[in-house]
Write a protein that binds this ligand. Structure first.
Ligand SMILES: [Zn+2]
Length: 527
């Protein structure tokens, strides 16, 4: 069963009473806007967006909320920013820090909007709100009051669930200092049911500098924010969330999720939502060189893959299994092949889990009309775009053995565009080919046996009526058998002659894209 269907079933089972009233099921996800969005966040986005999508597809009313958390403090400076310039903002809420790029209201808006754009592009869009809006609206006030009133219960939960000890006078809330604006450097020293007393000091936390101010202020309506575990619980309640999961790291024993659920039940007296974890999304085993693209950001990933293919990547692996993707290797061509396999299956009328994955890989607005079209292999398109003498439409028409439709041409254009990007920014050398204009020097190492085989091949090829891929393929087999060369020795010789490298695309197909006289001249030029 498609993993999102399984989760949706569970949501329906738990909240049938809500569905029956006609009220929406609330699905929520959030992202702290502390820097460029790492690709791993797309896994969490997929979990929530697809579950919301599946519920919606079943005719269930759904409200999918996405929070840009702009109230978290800056607790680290991303490597691509000037540390000296941003150090003074450590501990300040993100909404109060200037944007590194002009045209954005603040730091959080820059990265928050980048993320919203990225998820919008792949159809994971949601109703977006900001953490500051939530606090300032007063909807967090009840939770703030409960947390301040029952801080001892929170201390007990931290100790029992996660084994961490808090000082008896610790209040789980941070005030924004009225004097310097720091959030992390403040510490509450008293609470009388209406106002908190606080102090702003460099002693509060190692990495944030306080100003020494002592103040008294209402903790409500955006003057203060909760540390993230109590805050998670408070947001469950303030938004009336029914489904919200999170990264696997938060789901460990004694981890953030358990603490937040305990706070939700024991302090806020609120039933926490149903949730499951999403596994990690790793991009390549190795660090990418800076001159190449950086698929480690979600934004780059949406430029590397078209929306339906990226969605397929995010959907095809169960959400609780690790996803490993190396854009420099063959992962991109293989992913397109997977799409093609699912398409063939669905278009031939098979209905199973794969058809569900295929359907949801397309954006909601595309699903009613997914055109049946010829799907040329991505690896072959990636080869063709490197051969400037070839007409790609013509070559694909040969593969199809029928005239191209408008949809076929659109698919060729799409694949050509993404193949070029992949080749320019990620693909390893083994995918880069250039048809050699003369016998390359690398081909001078051929043995006599190889040369004899090539001569035999040239003679057979000459008698072929057309440069048909399958016929050429069969010739290569005849030659291999008659010459007693290993397949590797024979194919290596051919690749060296034409491409100057030891490997390449399937020989029969590759030769079929070339002019016969050119091929014969090249083959005979070496013997
Ligand atoms: Zn201060």
């Amino acid at each position: 069963m498609f993993w999102a269907d399984k989760i949706a079933d569970e949501v329906v089972r738990k909240y049938q009473h809500v569905i029956d009233t006609g009220e929406p099921i609330i699905v929520r996800d959030e992202k702290t806007a502390s820097g460029q969005v790492h690709v791993g966040s797309l896994r969490s986005a997929a979990l929530h967006a697809i579950v919301a999508d599946v519920l919606n597809d079943r005719g269930i009313k759904v409200k999918f909320l996405f929070e840009i958390n702009d109230f978290d403090p800056m607790d680290g400076i991303p490597g691509y920013l000037d540390e000296a310039e941003y150090k003074k903002y450590m501990g300040h809420p993100l909404y109060s820090i200037p944007s590194p790029v002009e045209g954005y209201e603040n730091f959080a808006e820059l990265y928050g909007q980048e993320y919203v754009e990225v998820v919008g592009r792949i159809g994971f869009g949601a109703e977006v709100y900001r953490a500051t809006e939530l606090y300032r609206s007063g909807r967090m006030n009840d939770a703030i009051r409960a947390v301040l009133d029952k801080k001892e219960i929170i201390h007990k939960i931290y100790k029992e669930v996660s084994g961490s000890e808090r000082a008896a006078d610790w209040y789980p809330l941070n005030v924004v200092c009225e004097n310097c604006g720091n959030l992390s450097a403040t510490r509450i020293t008293g609470w009388d049911g209406e106002m908190v007393d606080y102090t702003c000091s460099s002693d509060t936390i190692e990495w944030a500098e306080g100003c020494g101010h002592n103040g008294r202020i209402s903790p409500f309506d955006g003057n203060a924010s909760l540390p993230w575990k109590p805050e998670w619980a408070a947001k469950f309640m303030a938004n009336g969330v029914h489904f919200e999961g999170g990264g696997k790291d938060h789901y460990s024993k004694g981890g953030a999720r358990q603490v937040a659920e305990a706070i939700s039940r024991e302090v806020l007296e609120h039933q926490p939502p149903y949730g499951v974890f999403n596994e990690f999304f790793l991009v390549g085993g190795k660090k990418m060189s800076s001159s190449k693209g950086n698929a480690a950001t979600a934004k780059e990933m949406t430029e590397l893959l078209p929306p339906h293919i990226l969605r397929l990547l995010l959907l095809k692996t169960p959400i609780n299994r690790q996803l490993d993707f190396d854009p420099e290797g063959d992962a991109v061509p293989v992913l397109f092949d997977t799409y093609d396999r699912l398409a063939q299956k669905v278009w031939s009328g098979v209905e199973d889990d794969d058809s569900q994955v295929f359907r949801f890989a397309h954006l909601p607005e595309e699903r009613a009309n997914i055109p049946k079209r010829f799907l040329p292999r991505f690896s072959q398109i990636a080869f063709l775009v490197q051969m400037p003498h070839m007409d790609i439409y013509e070559e694909v028409e040969k593969m199809k053995e029928a005239p191209l439709t408008e949809e076929d041409r659109a698919e060729i254009d799409l694949r050509s565009e993404y193949a070029k990007r992949w080749l320019a920014q990620y693909a390893e050398d083994r995918f880069i080919f250039a048809l050699q204009e003369a016998v390359p020097e690398t081909a001078l190492v051929l043995t006599d046996d190889q040369k004899n085989a090539i001569k035999l091949f040239a003679d057979k090829l000459e008698s072929l009526e057309t440069m048909d891929g399958q016929a050429i393929h069969e010739l290569t087999h005849q030659v291999k058998e008659e010459s007693e060369l290993s397949p590797k020795e024979f194919f290596t010789a051919l690749y060296l002659l034409f491409l100057g490298k030891e490997s390449g695309p399937k020989v029969g197909w590759f030769m079929s894209t070339l002019d016969k006289d050119f091929v014969l001249e090249r083959l005979r030029g070496v013997v």
